[in-house]
Ligand binder design. Structure first.
Ligand SMILES: [Zn+2]
Length: 122
């Protein structure tokens, strides 16, 4: 996936002229800005894989594992729904993720097109 803002802007939260133009023209959706903010927050909590996540340069399992850090990823299952869409069921264990699960699921949707259903086990 192509990132809509450059890494400099994602990291600093300050928009360079090129990205500012994109935002002005409405090429960058507000939800993307929200997600960029979330990912920045993630990085500030000591998470180092921001670029990988944004570029989608990791496999699905790694992506999900990183996204729900510091939870332990137990399993991922694909669930086919009657309407032919696919849901990805994610089972986590241990510590809660660094941010709200709903928000993280939205990140996965925006960045990778994944519909996640997240469950916890003890
Ligand atoms: Zn920029």
């Amino acid at each position: 996936m192509k990132t809509e803002l450059c890494h400099f802007c994602l990291r600093t939260g300050v928009l360079c002229p090129r990205c500012e133009e994109k935002v002005k023209k409405g090429e960058v959706s507000p939800s993307y800005m929200e997600i960029a903010k979330l990912l920045l927050e993630l990085e500030s909590k000591g998470f180092s894989a921001l670029e990988e996540i944004m570029e989608g340069g990791v496999d699905e399992r790694t992506f999900i594992e990183q996204l729900f850090w510091p939870s332990t990823l137990l399993t991922i299952n694909k669930v086919w729904l009657p309407d032919d869409s696919v849901e990805t069921k994610v089972i986590l264990k241990g510590r809660r993720p660094w941010a709200d699960v709903k928000k993280l699921a939205e990140v996965a949707k925006q960045l990778r097109g994944l519909s996640l259903r997240v469950e916890f086990v003890r």
